[in-house]
Ligand binder design. Structure first.
Ligand code: YK8
Length: 177
């Protein structure tokens, strides 16, 4: 896997969770900017083990010239029960892209970790892995992996830079030395 984001933000852990994992203005704006449309999200609901789950369905716009322009996608997120309000949040998210070539071979696993750093700071880590449901032959596998990494890198770079802008907006006027 790869670590795409590993950054301390001037944003509390609680706020970071809200920005990324609720229907915040921030995430709506970000989805608009990425041309992610037709989003349907379920609410967080606790499962038998005490963790929380939700799922998202949406259409992504793809810039990779090898692939069609759009794909529907399903994202299943789990917030592990070990989370501590305002302290620590671990969200695993599996993303299935239904309309790309070889879509039945792979999915993407994203792990978001939000850790309280101080009252108004947190660290966000995003770790990503491409997982295989069945083994394609070597050439296809490296093709899928390569194209997934480049798309993911672009996505998380953009997310990080939008979070930095949000951070600047949130902290306007109450400068943190
Ligand atoms: C989520 C991983 C792969 C996929 C894409 C597939 C190429 C197919 C390879 C062929 C287009 C928002 C990605 C990047 C689309 C976007 C997905 C996003 C960024 C040529 C063999 C969508 C996070 C996420 C997870 C997986 C990403 C796809 O929140 O390359």
């Amino acid at each position: 896997g790869r670590l795409y984001v590993n950054t301390v933000f001037n944003i509390s852990a609680e706020k970071m969770f809200e920005l990324l994992f609720t229907e915040s203005h921030f995430i709506r704006r970000f989805m608009n900017a990425r041309k992610i449309t037709n989003a349907i999200l379920t609410r967080w609901q606790s499962d038998a083990s005490g963790s929380m789950k939700r799922s998202l369905n949406y259409t992504i716009t793809i810039t990779n010239p090898l692939v069609g322009k759009f794909s529907t996608a399903t994202e299943n997120q789990i917030l592990y029960k070990e989370f501590r309000e305002g302290q620590y949040y671990l969200v695993d998210s599996e993303v299935y892209t239904h309309d790309v070539p070889y879509h039945d071979y792979f999915y993407t696993q994203n792990r978001y970790c939000i850790i309280r750093h101080s009252k108004r700071k947190c660290r966000l880590r995003v770790y990503t892995d491409v997982k295989y449901k069945k083994q394609p032959w070597g050439l296809v596998k490296s093709f899928i992996t390569k194209n997934s990494w480049s798309g993911l890198e672009d996505y998380f770079r953009h997310l990080e830079s939008e979070l930095m802008e949000e951070e600047a907006e949130l902290n306007q006027g109450c400068g943190d030395p």
